[in-house]
Every structure is written in C-alpha cells, then in structure tokens.
Write a protein that binds this ligand. Structure first.
Ligand SMILES: [Zn+2]
Ligand SMILES: [Zn+2]
Ligand SMILES: [Zn+2]
Length: 271
C-alpha cells in the first residue's frame, strides 16, 4: 500500500483564507511543509479517504490519477472532509469518464444527507453509495477497510479507518478525539505498521473532538500497551490547525524524542 497524505490541516487550511494570525503569516513566509491543505488520503490511486475542498489542488500537487479511483470513503460530513460538489463534476458534459469506471462511495448517514442532492444522479456519475456501519469491514479487493468509531462531531457517527492489506496495516486517525473503549478494544493486538493521529491543537492539550500533541504521545503509548503497534511502526501526527500555532519545525522538535513523525502535504507512507 502506498498511502499518500494529500492534506494535513484542520478545517480552515493553513495559512487560512482570511486569517492574519501570526501562525498563518509565519507559515506563508516559511512555505514548504508549513503550507497545509485540508485532510485527505489516497492509496495507490484506487482508494481515497475524504474528498474535500482542496481535492483539485491536491491532484495537481501530488499527481493523483482520479480516473483510477474505485473506492471513496468519507470519515464524516464536515465540510473540510466532504465537498459533495466535487462528485458532480463526474457527470458527462463536465468530465469524460472511462466507460467501465464505477466509483463506490462510502459514508455515514450524515454523509448520505450531504450528498443527497446528487443521490438521484449517482448512476449518471457512474457511482454508487454504500452506508457504513462501525466495525463492519468493507472488502475493496487488495485492501480491507474497517470503519472504527471516533469521538468527534457528536451529532453524527464519525469514523476513523483501519486499512489492512497483505503488506500491512495502517490506522488513519484524524477528527477522532480520544477513542471510545470499543475502538481501543478493536485495535488491541492488531500490530499496526503505521498510525496517523489527530493533532489539531498543536502543542496544546486537546479537548472534546480533537487531540493535541500531549494526547498524541499518550495515545501512541496506549496503542503500544495494547500490543497494537508492530515493531518499527511509523507513528505520525497530522491534522494541524493554525489555532494550534506550532509550525512544522517546532512540531518535529517536540515529537522527535517520542519517535513520532510530523505529517506534511505529500508525505508518502509505504505499508
Ligand atoms: Zn477535520
Ligand atoms: Zn491563522
Ligand atoms: Zn470534523
């Protein structure tokens, strides 16, 4: 599995569209890994997690070939992760889609509602929608995808995905808060080869539906104690908000003693 981290920011992006805060100004000045688009992930062009407002720019930046996309999973319906309008452009007249292309779209009931307007047109978009249920795996061929329960977006059931293939296991975990017991239990003993966790609050402590750096360290230790990390597992923090303020180099410095990497747009995780 070649897992590409297309975007690593929280909702507003970083630098954010309208923001004049110091963190946005400094990120714009430094450029490079401090330029963060909205969170999304792609696996070998065939599978994607989330399709947000930055999908087009991410396609250009990281050479994603969406004509090959077969499985699109949504974590939840928040606008930084789910931009339904992008689906509409699959329609004939807007795009030329390979005749045999069929896109399977997966999400919770809120995602279904978010794309409701396009639902009747899904056959025209050469797409089908599948409702996800927590802990019920989806077999996509090479990769088995299991939606796990997160603690995020109280009004809806947000998911975090476990990806398993013959080559290894990866946990995509942003917009999670501290995992509920059933998710910790599910992960117990799974020997993950790579884990990405939410670090929305930067170096500050998290709260509610997001984590900060101290909780990322704590959550990685929890995974270790549950036997959920394979030897040499890659531990990665991602989904950073400008409100968390810590820039890439500061995050790297904080996490280095804990053996945790800091994600950046375009990071590739081979599992
Ligand atoms: Zn988010
Ligand atoms: Zn800002
Ligand atoms: Zn969210």
């Amino acid at each position: 599995m070649q897992f590409t981290v297309l975007g690593t920011s929280a909702a507003e992006g970083w630098p954010a569209l309208w923001c004049v805060c110091d963190a946005c100004r400094e990120a714009a000045r430094r450029g490079g890994r401090d330029l963060r688009t909205r969170a999304a992930y792609n696996v070998d062009d065939r599978l994607q997690i989330d399709l947000g407002p930055d999908a087009l720019a991410q396609m250009w930046a990281h050479g994603v070939d969406y004509s090959k996309l077969e499985h699109l999973f949504f974590t939840h319906s928040h606008g930084d992760h789910c931009e339904p309008e992008n689906l509409m452009f699959r329609r004939r007249g807007f795009s030329v889609i390979p005749e045999d292309s069929l896109l399977h779209i997966y999400g919770n009931e809120h995602v279904a509602r978010a794309i409701q307007f396009y639902m009747p047109a899904l056959p025209l978009l050469q797409a089908e929608f599948h409702l996800l249920r927590a802990f019920e795996p989806v077999d996509t061929g090479d990769v088995r995808v299991t939606p796990l329960r997160a603690d995020h977006a109280g009004e809806e059931e947000a998911f975090t995905f476990l990806l398993e293939s013959a080559s290894g296991r990866l946990l995509q975990g942003n917009d999670t808060g501290w995992y509920p017991d059933e998710t910790w239990g599910f992960l117990s003993g799974r020997e993950l080869n790579a884990v990405l966790l939410d670090c929305t609050y930067g170096l500050h402590s998290g709260g509610g539906s997001h984590l900060g750096a101290p909780e990322v360290v704590q959550a990685m230790a929890e995974l270790q104690s549950l036997g959920a990390l394979a030897p040499k597992a890659r531990k990665i923090a991602t989904h950073f908000s400008h409100n968390g303020a810590a820039l890439h180099d500061e995050l790297v410095e904080y996490f280095a003693p804990h053996g945790i990497e800091v994600a950046y747009d375009g990071m590739v995780v081979d599992v």
